[in-house]
Design a protein around this ligand. Structure first.
Ligand code: G6P
Ligand code: MG
Length: 223
């Protein structure tokens, strides 16, 4: 098992980790599901965390038994509709939307010389970082368009470590989604989950809240 002293880099998810956009994604998908007559549930909402735009749409259609009701062109239109609603909300964001403690954590990581990269499935990640005024912290972003497989496949986290020129076991991956924790584990990185300990039970360490994510607390858990 990796020791805290071996850690040199952090590979971050964005939505639900650095900012509360997972709520905005959920609201925009919920709206679309309502318009399609697909019943919404917390389980469906949680299952969509970390999942790419088109895969999310497929999951929603499947949940409603409607996976064969639309052509590819119609599906793309539905995904665009969701994205238009989502982006309108993103454009209202300010640095006040950074989750508690995350700015201080990023500042501490930077001051102590840890390397940072972003492993978000979102094509809107650069836009969100801009709104939060955090773009400077993440010059290294995995391009989700370059991926063959989404989370829980390890590809995005493997690429996140490669951008830092670090071996996987010297990186901590930070996630709020079960699919993301699975991706980090499969990439051979140390997994830090933020959220419900049962949902994120596969993580090497879980914090209930972003405010608890500090280097001291990580060191205590990792040893
Ligand atoms: C993140 C979010 C997902 C979202 C995905 C794609 O992984 O957790 O909820 O569907 O990004 O985001 P995008 O902005 O490209 O539609
Ligand atoms: Mg997330």
């Amino acid at each position: 098992m990796t020791k805290f002293a071996d850690i040199k880099g952090f590979v971050f998810d964005l939505d639900g980790v650095i900012t509360d956009t997972s709520i905005l994604h959920g609201t925009a998908w919920h709206q679309l599901a309502d318009s399609l007559g697909v019943a919404w549930s917390d389980e469906l909402a949680n299952g969509l965390k970390g999942i790419s735009r088109m895969d999310s749409l497929e999951m929603i259609l499947k949940a409603g038994g409607k996976e064969n009701d639309y052509t590819q062109a119609e599906k793309e239109q539905l995904a665009t509709q969701k994205n238009t609603n989502y982006v309108a909300e993103v454009d209202k964001m300010t640095p006040a939307n950074i989750l508690p403690g995350m700015k201080a954590f990023l500042d501490d990581l930077r001051a102590k010389g840890y390397q940072l990269s972003l492993a978000s499935a979102s094509k809107n990640a650069p836009r969100v970082l801009g709104k939060l005024q955090l773009a400077d912290y993440f010059p290294k972003i995995v391009d989700p368009a370059s991926l063959t497989h989404g989370k829980p496949d390890p590809e995005i986290y493997t690429k996140g470590a490669e951008l830092l020129n670090l071996p996987a076991n010297q990186c901590i991956g930070v996630e709020d989604a079960a699919a993301g924790v699975a991706a980090i584990n499969a990439a051979g990185e140390v997994s830090l989950g933020i959220g419900d300990a049962t949902e994120l039970g596969a993580a090497d360490m879980v914090f209930a809240d972003t405010a608890e994510v500090t280097l001291d607390n990580i060191a205590k858990k990792l040893g």
